[in-house]
Design a protein around this ligand. Structure first.
Ligand code: ADP
Ligand code: MG
Length: 742
């Protein structure tokens, strides 16, 4: 069980609460005991009713709601929030439609209903005509069913997203209902529009029908059945609508102000509950896990710090070291994620932490994702500690048998203090006498299973520090890794100049080469990176070779020398090429993304990325992080073809605008984030129904703050004012799968 705990706690894959076995004491079995009787009866009984029991649903539609929208219960329907509201009193004249119009509601007579095209392009079209103009309606799916329901000559109220086809306005898959101009307008003016699917629409469960079901459900419920869950102080302080009232309002608001009030309430609630959940997991772990104690800072650390550390630590490095010191001295096992932008100096933090372990008589290991990186760390550590009485070893896949035997023996007899290596460290034959600390560098390259093996190398689990430069938006990290202790190094060492990034089209490649030449003449070095797309390895390889020949033509030997590094080479060849570049024997490094991570060659000042449009934002940022590591001005040139789609353009623009990894991560999320046409809110990352990690950041911050305060006062939520909250958490079966945990 402990093993699983460790895996999930340091997993950078999105943590799912299903994986937290240490919550076993909150299992389903104890539900009855924990939940107040009144709560169970009211909420569990009515809101937990299967959706097919709702009037107007029945087994057939019930099945569809489950399959298509994951609506299983009354509660699920209540929480199926509208994604927008239509002002139903407003019907636009068709003439007023302009290219800027996004959604529109029009009313008119239907004519010219016809099925056109064959197979893929088969479609149903109809014309809607009001007194001012005409509009085309188009369907691609459910054609025959929809055709049957349409009545030529009848009046319809039509709502949908507008598009233009050959200059003419049209609505694809509109919502429509028969329209009677003289009928009284509904009591509510703002009509909710719900996410739905084509299948549901075809069965008469479009957005509007879902609204009707919801309305009916709400009118059958009372405040008692939808009780408040937020502690009174919080609800009062934030002036939230009471929960039941808020449900009514978010679906059927009387005006936009009260809608926003309800919306904010649920955004806060969603973040607050999520934060409470991870917060409880974290505090459980803190209270129950046992850890090695690094009780004092000793000679190794102090001597190194005062005598050999070649620079003053940045404020961020100092802060993180303090956090680590506190963790490792606490008697609990440290599980810390250290996130620092490329070049922020994570290596120094790693080295100092390893010295701290050695000062306390414990061994430590550092795992790197690549051999190149492991060797670089090893050389650096040996160099840094050469005057200290500490033994550093290197173990990788290419370590020779004799050397390997020696290292294994030293680990067991305790004469080796620090082991640096690749996944070779994880093998069963590698045993330590007293491993106290494991550091994982650039962890996204490491699988969960591999990490698990590491923990089994000591009886008391070693402290774990996971270092990553993969920028994760702060907001996301807080939520996804809220159960991990989390440090950020948001400061670069002094004297760094931001890398100047520009975007150029391929036709100016010769200018770019001229620029590289001018930098080389100043004694600098350059990277030229080619993309690697896994589906066509052969093509990538040919592309790389062509690129290499091309570069060679610009930079002929013997005046210039080029290194090439790619995945098809043997370790040795790759290593030699890398080493030559490191020793400045070569001025240019042509490579695939194998050098993406960690490599530190401060003399390299130019990074050219070929076909930059094929890379994702965070990868571009990682690659750029290979330059700008010294005090010389560095440059990143993004070469692309002329043809670029909107997203690629946005990525390139972002790269040119900022060097800040966190800003880039947020932009990345924004570009790839939520908001698709059908209106389903799939964030793709974290499944929030209504809150948005980017837009609603201030609510997340507030929710996190308040959740933590609450847990500080009442870690198990046993105070009477927090009782409803606890019951609510326990009842969230779907999300937490309490019953699976045992
Ligand atoms: P990363 O966080 O990307 O792993 P590194 O640890 O490789 O970054 O550090 C990048 C460069 O910055 C190295 O050359 C390192 O020596 C240097 N460096 C680290 N910390 C400092 C500091 N406090 N002051 C000056 N230079 C530093
Ligand atoms: Mg690094």
């Amino acid at each position: 069980m402990l093993l699983r705990l460790l895996i999930c706690c340091s997993s950078v894959g999105l943590a799912s609460s299903e994986d937290f076995p240490h919550l076993s004491h909150l299992s389903h079995v104890s539900l009855r005991y924990f939940c107040s009787k009144q709560f169970i009866r009211s909420v569990a009984d009515i809101l937990a009713s299967p959706i097919e029991y709702l009037k107007g649903v029945g087994p057939h539609r019930g099945d569809l709601l489950k399959k298509e929208l994951n609506i299983f219960t009354f509660k699920n329907l209540l929480e199926h929030f509208p994604y927008r509201h239509v002002d139903k009193t407003k019907i636009s004249p068709i003439r007023d439609i302009s290219p800027d119009t996004e959604f529109v509601q029009v009313a008119g007579r239907l004519s010219d209903i016809a099925i056109l095209g064959e197979r893929q392009s088969k479609r149903l079209i109809a014309t809607l005509r009001d007194s001012t103009g005409t509009l085309e309606l188009v369907w691609f799916q459910g054609i025959s069913w929809i055709e049957k329901t349409l009545q030529a000559g009848a009046e319809y109220l039509v709502y949908g997203r507008l598009s233009f086809f050959q200059g003419n306005p049209q609505i694809t898959h509109p919502e429509l209902e028969t329209f009677n101009r003289s009928a009284p307008v509904d009591k509510y003016i703002l009509e909710p529009v719900y996410p739905s699917t084509e299948k549901l629409k075809a069965k008469g469960l479009g957005g509007r029908q879902i609204g009707k079901l919801t309305k009916q459900l709400l009118s059958s419920l009372t405040e008692k059945e939808v009780p408040e869950i937020l502690p009174e102080v919080i609800a009062k302080q934030l002036k939230f609508l009471p929960r039941f009232h808020a449900f009514n309002t978010i679906h059927f608001p009387e005006n936009i102000e009260s809608y926003n009030q309800a919306l904010n309430r649920f955004k806060f609630e969603e973040f607050f509950i999520a934060q409470l959940r991870v917060g409880m997991i974290k505090s459980q772990r803190h209270r129950y896990s046992k850890g090695i104690v690094f009780g004092h800072v000793g000679d190794l650390f102090n001597t190194f710090y005062s005598k050999y550390l070649p620079f003053e630590l940045t404020g961020a490095q100092k802060r993180v070291l303090k956090e680590i010191r506190k963790d490792t001295a606490s008697g609990r096992q440290m599980n810390r994620l250290l996130q620092g932008d490329v070049g922020s100096g994570k290596t120094a933090v790693a080295l100092l932490t390893m010295l701290l372990a050695a000062d306390n008589g414990y061994q430590s290991c550092l795992l790197s994702p690549t051999e190149i990186l492991a060797k670089q760390h090893y050389a650096h550590f040996v160099d840094m500690t050469k005057d200290l009485s500490i033994q550093v070893g290197l173990l990788t896949g290419s370590t020779k048998t004799k050397e390997r035997k020696k290292i294994l023996a030293q680990l067991i007899d305790g004469s080796l203090d620090i082991l640096i290596g690749t996944h070779a460290i994880i093998e069963d034959s590698v045993q330590f006498i007293n491993l106290g600390l494991a550091i994982i560098d650039e962890q996204h390259r490491f699988g969960v299973a591999q990490r698990a093996k590491l923990w089994s190398k000591a009886t008391i689990p070693p402290h774990v520090l996971v270092m990553t430069a993969t920028p994760i938006p702060r907001t996301l990290a807080m939520t996804a890794y809220g159960d991990l202790d989390y440090s950020v190094m948001d400061e670069l060492p002094p004297g760094r100049q931001p890398v100047l990034t520009v975007h150029r089209y391929e036709d100016s490649r010769s200018h770019v080469m001229d620029f590289i030449r001018s930098e080389i003449e100043k004694g600098r070095q350059a990277y030229i990176i080619f993309p690697l797309i896994e589906e066509s390895e052969k093509l990538d390889y040919e592309n790389l070779m062509k690129g290499y020949e091309n570069v060679k033509a610009y930079f002929p030997e013997p005046k210039f020398w080029i290194s090439m590094v790619h995945g098809r080479q043997t370790n040795e060849v790759r290593e030699t090429n890398m080493q030559r570049f490191l020793n400045k024997d070569t001025q240019i490094m042509v490579a695939t993304t194998v050098i993406e991570v960690g490599v530190n060659i401060p003399n390299a000042t130019v990074m050219v990325i070929e076909s930059a449009e094929k890379f994702g934002l965070s990868q571009l940022h990682q690659l750029r992080g290979r330059v700008g590591r010294g005090s010389d001005k560095s440059f990143c040139i993004l070469l692309t073809s002329i043809k670029l789609n909107r997203e690629a353009r946005e990525r390139l623009k972002t790269m040119c605008l900022t060097n800040d990894g966190f800003k880039i991560a947020e932009k990345d999320m924004e570009i790839r984030g939520p908001g698709d046409i059908a209106g389903t809110r799939q964030s793709g990352m974290l499944d929030f129904k209504i809150a948005d990690l980017i837009r609603d950041r201030q609510w997340l911050d507030l929710a996190a703050k308040m959740a933590n305060q609450l847990l500080d006062n009442d870690p198990e939520l046993n105070l009477s004012e927090n009782r409803m909250l606890k019951d609510f958490l326990l009842l969230q079966h779907g999300k937490t799968q309490w019953s699976k945990i045992s």
